[in-house]
Every structure is written in C-alpha cells, then in structure tokens.
Ligand binder design. Sequence first.
Ligand code: ADP
Length: 183
Amino acid sequence: MRLVLLGPPNSGKGTQAAQLAEHLGIPAISTGDMLREAVAEGSELGRRVDSIMQSGRLVDDETMAAVVRERLAKVDAAKGFLLDGYPRTLPQVETLEGLLADADRELDAAVQIVVPKEILIERALARGRKDDSAEVMEERLKVYGELTAPLVGYYGGRSLLRTVDGDRSIDQVFASILEAIGR
Ligand code: ADP
C-alpha cells in the first residue's frame, strides 16, 4: 500500500502513521521527523532548516524533493509506504507523482484527518514541542490553510481522498482510517 496522510499540525498524523505502519507492515515516513533528526545531528541539511522549522514556515520544495527521493529509494519503501507530512504543497504533489511514475507505481489513497482549530491549538500547547508555541502554531495553521489545504481538492478530484474525523480517541480514529482504506 502507498498512502499519504493529510492533516493540520497536531491532527494526530504522527500517532496514526506509526500505528498504521505497524499494522500494514510498511514504513511510516515522516518528513518532520527526518528534518528534526537532521537538526539534532547538526548536518548541513539540519543547519539549513532549523530556523525555518522553528518559525513555522515550510522548507523549500527542492530541498524536500531531495529528502523524499532519497528516502523512497531505500529498499524498505519498495513494499509500500505511508507518508506523514509530505506532500505539503502542490509542487510537492507533482514531485511525488513523478517519483511514483518513474517507479511505475501509484498512490492508493490520501487520508485526511480533520480536527477543529481550537482543538489543534489546545493540543499544541499541551505537547510543548519547540514549534508548538501559540504564535508559531498560528503560523503553521496559516501555512497549512494556504499551501496544504488545496491538496484535499486535488486528491478529491482524483478520487483518492478519504476523510476521517480526528476529534475522537486514538483507537477510534485508527479504526476509521482502516475502514476508509478498506483494511
Ligand atoms: P506536524 O506533524 O506537527 O504537522 P511536522 O513534524 O510534519 O509537523 O513538520 C514540522 C516542520 O517541518 C514543518 O512546520 C516544516 O517547517 C517542516 N516540514 C516537514 N515536512 C515538510 C514538507 N513536506 N515541506 C516543507 N516543510 C516541511
């Protein structure tokens, strides 16, 4: 299975991605985690993206294309994958389409997790990651609305979109996702 998880910051994508990956036997690929690891390692990439991430803005599409191309080329992604946090812009959608087409593969579904904004902000303040302050969270939500939300229309138009209500328990959301993807 090749899946994309869509949802605003703090919608629970990461939690669901980990559980789904385990259940489906495919790797969960979180670009946010990959970038945070790069920052922690102090690599060239990490030094370049650190302040961008802390401000709540997006890392540029070319940088992300290189990160994702390299990750999807690893052997474990041959049997399928679940992308968490990519694509986040329409150009990133095109990059992914290109990578899949090159490998003669297609996406099976894009799962959108919907959560009301007040809940997202509440969760961010409870989580307390570096980029979870009220101010940065506002910026991340704005970026999501402007750059990422259009992907919902795109995947909807290709009949790949599955929408689930994320304002419920982790187990309930997980069950709905499995149902939505027919597992
Ligand atoms: P969350 O899961 O809370 O939405 P992530 O952990 O996915 O957040 O991402 C954290 C930050 O990493 C983003 O705000 C952005 O700066 C950067 N980032 C992650 N994935 C991408 C991407 N596909 N394109 C651009 N920037 C990204």
